[in-house]
Design a protein. Structure first.
Length: 115
């Protein structure tokens, strides 16, 4: 079920300016509260040729769809593929994304306790 809209070009820059970064082994996730309930996927030319970049974005999209019910809805997310994503299975990317989301939730809980 597709609940999230895609970020447009202008919104990417807003998210990058105001985002909190979370690093995984294969992906980097930018989380921002400026734009709500939108998602974007990025794979630069450093990842590889066009078919490798497309596969990386496909893997990230599929992993995001699997965890979208468990992530906080009030934020926008940008997932960026690292070079190490080439040759991976979807399960590897999913585990990486789940660990990043877990860290984000923990930080979100700690932040709300401090206020």
């Amino acid at each position: 079920m597709k609940l999230w809209k895609r970020l447009c070009e202008k919104e990417f820059s807003i998210v990058f300016k105001n985002a909190r970064k979370f690093f995984g082994r294969y992906i980097v996730v930018y989380v921002s509260g400026e734009v709500e309930k939108k998602v974007g996927f990025v794979a630069s030319k450093k990842v590889g040729k066009a078919h490798e970049r497309n596969r990386a974005k496909r893997l990230m999209r599929e992993a995001f769809l699997k965890v979208e019910g468990t992530i906080p809805q009030d934020f926008s997310y940008v997932l960026i593929a690292k070079n190490s994503i080439n040759g991976l299975k979807m399960q590897d990317v999913l585990l990486d994304l789940e660990s990043i989301i877990k860290r984000f939730k923990k930080e979100l809980m700690n932040g709300s306790e401090n206020q």
